[in-house]
Design a protein around this ligand. Structure first.
Ligand SMILES: [Zn+2]
Ligand SMILES: [Zn+2]
Length: 263
């Protein structure tokens, strides 16, 4: 997409990735899978738990006005969300292996040498990643509310009407697969370095937690209105869980605005 400013003797898209990971050895494959699963699942539990603890326990009184779900989540709901989040972590770990294989074999645009692109490219690549991901998700999400065969799977996520931080990763495995599929697809077309990828994945996790936490942490004044003209927040996505014909976006509101599906 962007021309490198400094081109080494090897072009980034044909760069051979040196790696000690030999996936033809099933023990290495299994250990890598296990490592990815632990990282993905821990990231989800630690960030979700911390967010819930800060905004719904420690500062509960301060954010009382922003509470979107009146009731304390039922333990039955949280258990179900944790179970389906475990399935999601398994699917995302498998997709991580596929991405590593694509990378090792030179099919992705992932680059290690940051001098290959201008210094501003790294943050720009994160924004492009989020825009592509948002567009993919908007249409996938609308499809899941339109087509009966897809709706079946998406309804697992919608069992949580009053959402919790743990709803953020609670999807039927088929939906998790469809969601995770876009990550290697983006990285086949968009040059990104591993740090930028990790930042984009962190934004993905944090935004999902914020949008499902059941509390709006921004005061409903001018700042809130300005931010939420562009960004999806807890209130925006909470409306979707209560009225599933509106608010399909993931990070940004532009698709919902353009397609007139915003409430
Ligand atoms: Zn949701
Ligand atoms: Zn939905």
């Amino acid at each position: 997409m962007y021309e490198p400013v400094k081109v080494n003797h090897v072009k980034p898209n044909t760069m051979q990735i040196e790696s000690n990971l030999d996936f033809s050895d099933y023990r290495i494959l299994l250990l890598t899978f296990l490592f990815l699963f632990i990282i993905i699942f821990l990231r989800y539990i630690v960030l979700s738990g911390a967010y819930h603890w800060i905004f719904l326990v420690v500062f509960r009184k301060r954010f009382k006005e922003g509470m979107l779900s009146a009731q304390v989540p039922k333990s039955k709901q949280v258990k179900r969300e944790l179970l389906y989040s475990t399935y999601s972590a398994i699917i995302f770990s498998a997709m991580g292996i596929i991405l590593l294989l694509l990378w090792q074999n030179g099919y992705t645009k992932i680059y290690i040498d940051t001098l290959l692109y201008p210094y501003w490219y790294s943050p720009v690549s994160i924004i492009i990643f989020l825009l592509l991901h948002d567009s993919y998700y908007y249409w996938l999400h609308r499809g899941m509310h339109t087509f009966k065969w897809m709706r079946r799977f998406h309804m697992e996520h919608h069992k949580s009407v009053d959402t919790t931080v743990f709803t953020s990763f609670s999807f039927h495995p088929v939906e998790s697969f469809l969601q995770a599929l876009v990550i290697p697809i983006i990285l086949v077309i968009l040059p990104m370095n591993p740090i930028a990828i990790l930042v984009a994945l962190l934004v993905m996790t944090v935004s999902a937690i914020v949008n499902h936490a059941g509390v709006e942490i921004l005061p409903r004044n001018g700042t809130y209105r300005k931010l939420h003209r562009f960004l999806i927040g807890a209130t925006h996505h909470d409306i979707h869980h209560k009225n599933s014909r509106r608010n399909f976006g993931l990070y940004f509101t532009f698709w919902d605005r353009f397609m007139k599906t915003e409430l």
